[in-house]
Design a protein around this ligand. Structure first.
Ligand code: EZ4
Ligand code: CO
Length: 403
């Protein structure tokens, strides 16, 4: 079974997605997610101009060899653009293998280790009252775990907090990134009270998560972790800039609030020190961006040795194809932790009809052969690419600040 056709489809049903479509000599179609938020066309070009031509004529069943050829065989390794493109190839080949075998991908990975994947929803509010309402709404939908982000009184706008009735979307459409003003001290003063209010309202049972988006120094992160200990967080995410794992050491020495990191990682090499030294409790690598199913399951197998569990990134910039891939892995690994589930808009679900489903707090990938996701190309074509960027943030004096 040879790969006969490789096509990159860029669409924007409300937000941008890059999808790789592979077709084999037997007519089997496989999809991979190559969406790199705010850098979509770079990943699309890497795939279209550099990888797709290499795939034509290759044996579609040789997933591992293809991964090695594209990663180990390349002189320029790693980086988000290349790894997002390789991820899409790998995921599309697993989709094809599943369809060729008549089995859902999780069966090929060893079969289910659980009945469903615990999911967490997003909730946000410009003030605490609005956040309490938003969390209550997510619990009413059946979620047992909720990520809570609140506005900070001194700040006009805070990333991750919806600005109105519209759900929060990481990237805003426009030719340039929005600029936000950030103040770590104002943020640190405010957050512990927010979680005290959440626990007072909802009691001890719901799992509560919080995302710091890489903005603190190690000492500030340690202070925040310690201040949140009475409120029993499921995890505190991305407390310090992602590229320096050593920063987490100091945080660890001072707090027992569980930590998560890894949504911006793209290879094992970003994870090595963190896994070896057990610097977090949850690792957020996912098949999109981190080398596909083949690479992610290796990283998660190593994580298991350190009693670190998975917490795959699942914001809206993970397409339904990427979400399905994460769910097949999540169902099949022993050390699954939780799956982020920032729901897509109905139009996105219409462009990517899918078998995965949410029920009573858990996501299940479904039992269709392969990933169980398809692409309505005619509908996708009605929604062409629109430039969009994640915001940047500066301090009040204009200094650029970390993500
Ligand atoms: O900033 O998905 O946990 N979720 C997040 C998201 C990420 C975006 C990056 O593209 O932190 O909002
Ligand atoms: Co995050």
């Amino acid at each position: 079974m040879r790969i006969e056709h490789a096509e990159v489809i860029v669409c924007s049903p409300g937000r941008n997605f890059v999808t790789l479509k592979l077709v084999t000599s037997d007519g089997v179609v496989g999809y991979g997610d190559a969406t790199l938020n705010g850098r979509e066309l770079a990943a699309a070009s890497y795939l279209r101009d550099h990888l797709a031509p290499l795939l034509i004529g290759r044996d579609a069943h040789r997933i591992e060899d293809t991964w090695q050829y594209l990663y180990r065989g390349a002189y320029w390794r790693g980086g988000p653009v290349a790894m997002t493109a390789i991820s899409a190839v790998d995921v599309a080949l697993w989709d094809i293998k599943g369809k060729a075998c008549g089995l859902p991908v999780y069966q090929l990975l060893g079969g289910a280790c659980r009945d469903g994947c615990l999911a967490y929803a997003h909730a946000s509010g410009r003030d605490v009252a609005e956040l309490l309402e938003a969390v209550a709404a997510k619990l009413a939908l059946g979620y047992r775990a909720v990520r809570a982000q609140a506005g900070v009184p001194e700040l006009r706008k805070v990333y991750g907090v919806a600005t109105g009735s519209e759900a929060y979307e990481p990237a805003a459409r426009g030719a340039r990134p929005d600029e936000e003003v950030w103040d770590s001290r104002a943020y640190l003063r405010h957050v512990p009270g927010v979680f005290a209010a959440l626990r007072a309202q909802f009691g001890p049972e719901p799992a509560l998560l919080h995302d710091v988006h890489h903005r603190l120094t190690p000492l500030q992160a340690a202070q925040l972790g310690r201040a949140l200990e009475p409120h029993d967080l499921f995890w505190l995410e991305d407390v310090t800039p992602a590229e320096n794992p050593d920063a987490l050491r100091l945080v660890r020495e001072h707090t027992v609030t569980p930590l998560a990191i890894g949504e911006a990682f793209n290879t094992f090499w970003h994870c090595r020190t963190i896994l070896q030294d057990r610097l977090v409790d949850y690792i957020r690598v996912k098949p999109s961006h981190t080398g596909g199913i083949s690479h992610v399951r290796r990283i998660l197998a190593l994580a298991e040795l350190s009693q670190i569990r998975s917490g795959c990134h699942g914001a809206t910039d993970i397409s339904p194809v990427g979400m399905a891939a994460a769910l097949h892995v999540g169902l099949a690994i022993p050390n699954f932790g939780i799956q982020e589930h920032q729901r897509h808009e109905p139009l996105v679900d219409a462009v990517f009809p899918h078998a995965y489903r949410f029920d009573d707090g858990y996501l299940h990938p479904g039992d269709e052969p392969g990933l169980g996701v398809s692409l309505d190309e005619a509908l996708a074509a009605q929604h062409p690419y629109v430039a969009a960027y994640l915001p940047v943030n500066r301090l009040a004096d204009g200094t650029m600040h970390d993500w």
